[in-house]
Design a protein around this ligand. Structure first.
Ligand code: FBP
Length: 559
């Protein structure tokens, strides 16, 4: 009986490329430190909250040096938050760097995410375990979770567990919220003179953990290529059958990077971008009118089919929705322990909620289908985020577009057909086998995390730059976590968090969409990217995303 696929068997053998500065080995690295840094905003608050780790300099590694400590050590690693392709490679890079430096170093994986370190649930990673997971998708090697690490009690328990295993460094692989955890933990460990350092690694398919120092979070490359393959297949089907409008919601909690990248790779008829909706202060009604107009114009040309991409986080960018969701977040936080509310029926909950909302938000809430109302009232995640993956925006838009088209029909402004299909692509891409880019990038991030630890640093995020160039030219280093922080409202209170990078409307990536949008709406310019390729010419197998190419070089390779 086959237990792994032939492709997985081949991928296990792939040796990921290392960033230039790291490729001569862990014992041949030179460290240079830049100037002191500042948080993106709210400097005083962030400085007070992170007195021990605030304002550290940016670190950069070059080869030709022997500047890292050769201290033997045990390290704990945590996978945190949503899955992203390449997580296993981060661990493999960390493991290989540790074992190269000293065979007796031990790597412990905390199980089930951040809760593993608090509850003392762990496993030691060995050659045999590691070799079964190289270049594979998923986080199943040790599992993940979304527990927020923030209380004194949690930190004390984590310290006890680390002491019992002789762990002197922790690597947290996570997104913005998880790396906020990493920073809180680094602060506490330093303040209490524990001698334990904490290093983060930038993960999330959402692509919103990026800035001047972090070019991209890992997983974005593979996930967007996977979604683009699926969208391309649907476009072929739509173009063959010519009878359906496909509304496709794409994962990416808040920012619309995933949707934008997938659109550039596939050229669908409609692409909504949350950040644009916010900037133009578009109402739900105006978004519906925009879609219905394209459906009607295509119908006039005899095309009763098309593809619309919808970012998962759209709903939170529609100004009236944003106000309502903000109010709901605070309200739900205050009702968390209200047994009267918790024991009420759904209808009773709706009326309790609307009685406490301002009149505009209450009106909007009442106008929504009951399924969407229920989805909006679902529990927030441990970081206070609305679980947008569970809100069926694609279905809401389909319903509203249908209503609008019926109205237009009566007025003689639409004489076509509107037959819909709703899709949500999210989990399909989060655990795909990592692309060559993510395999190499993640391996380098993990290897680099060990270099940061051996350089004696804490409160840093592992960084690999220059990623549109071949790996031999990638630049390795570290960014202080406090440099990326600001204060935001969560669970009804102001909290320090890493600032999310949203789509820049004056940037080259969005402009590439804007320039082509009308053409793509009416003509059928569909691109069918096909599956991720691992073997073959570098132009096919090693290309990065369009986003990264436009952001870093303002041009596309091979176009
Ligand atoms: P991270 O920010 O933790 O990487 O998670 C991203 C994400 O995949 C979002 O795109 C999505 O909204 C969310 O996780 C879904 O969460 P869950 O896995 O809890 O359903």
């Amino acid at each position: 009986m086959r237990t792994i696929s032939p492709l997985q068997k081949e991928r296990l053998k792939y040796q990921p490329k290392l960033a230039g500065a790291l490729s001569n080995g862990i014992n041949n690295i030179k460290l240079s430190l830049g100037e002191a840094t500042k948080s993106v905003s709210d400097t005083e608050e962030i400085k007070n909250l992170f007195s021990e780790v605030y304002g550290k300099p940016i670190a950069k590694f070059t080869s030709n040096g022997d500047e890292l400590s050769n201290q033997k050590r045990n390290i704990g690693v945590i996978l945190s938050g949503g899955q992203a392709p390449g997580g296993h490679n981060v661990i493999a890079g960390l493991y290989d760097a540790m074992k190269t430096q000293n065979k007796e170093n031990k790597l412990y994986g905390f199980l089930g995410g951040p809760s593993g370190i608090v509850e003392g649930k762990y496993m030691e990673l060995t050659d045999e375990i590691m070799d079964a997971y190289r270049n594979t998708g998923g986080f199943d090697i040790i599992g993940s979770g979304r527990t927020k690490l923030e209380t004194e009690e949690q930190f004390k328990k984590a310290l006890e567990v680390c002491k019992s295993l002789n762990i002197t460094a922790i690597v947290i692989i996570g997104g913005d919220d998880s790396n906020t955890n990493a920073c809180l933990l680094a602060q506490w460990m330093s303040k209490n003179n524990t001698g334990i350092s904490v290093i983060g690694c930038p993960k999330t398919i959402d692509g919103d953990l990026k800035n001047d120092q972090i070019e991209i979070s890992f997983g974005f490359d593979t996930a967007t290529k996977t979604y683009a393959e699926l969208i391309g297949n649907i476009q072929r089907d739509a173009n063959s059958a010519k009878k359906y409008w496909h509304f496709i919601k794409l994962m990416g909690r808040s920012a619309s990077h995933v949707c934008l990248e997938a659109a550039l790779q596939t050229q669908p008829n409609i692409t909504l971008i949350g950040e644009e909706v916010e900037k133009k202060a578009q109402s739900l009604e105006s978004i519906v009118n925009y879609i219905a107009d394209i459906v009607a114009r295509r119908a006039k040309n005899g095309k009763n089919f098309g593809i619309a991409l919808i970012p998962e986080g759209l709903i939170e960018f529609i100004p009236e929705m944003k106000v309502m969701i903000g109010a709901l977040n605070d309200l739900l936080a205050s009702l968390e322990s209200n047994s009267n509310y918790q024991n009420s029926s759904q209808e009773e909950k709706y009326s309790m909620i609307t009685s406490k909302l301002d009149s505009a938000s209450a009106k909007l809430f009442n106008s929504l289908p009951s399924q969407i109302k229920a989805q909006l009232l679902m529990d927030r995640d441990p970081h206070g985020n609305v679980q947008v993956s569970k809100i069926e925006t694609e279905k809401l838009l389909i319903e509203m577009v249908r209503e609008k088209l019926n109205k237009m029909k009566k007025e003689g402004n639409f004489d076509g057909k509107f037959s819909d299909q709703a899709h949500f692509f999210g989990y399909e891409g989060r655990c795909a086998m990592p692309s060559n880019f993510d395999s190499d990038y993640c391996y380098s991030l993990g290897y680099n995390a060990f270099a940061l630890i051996q350089a004696g640093l804490t409160g840093y995020l592992s960084s690999i730059k220059n990623t549109t160039k071949p790996a031999s030219e990638w630049v390795a280093g570290g960014v202080p976590l406090t440099m990326m922080m600001n204060m935001e409202r969560r669970h009804g209170a102001m909290k320090p968090v890493i600032k999310k990078a949203l789509v820049e409307l004056d940037g080259p990536v969005f402009r590439a969409l804007e320039k082509n949008r009308e053409k793509w709406a009416m003509e059928d310019c569909y691109i069918f990217p096909g599956a991720i390729q691992y073997f073959g010419p570098s132009d096919v197998c090693d290309l990065t995303t369009i986003t990264l190419q436009l952001e870093q070089e303002n041009k596309l390779v091979g176009v």
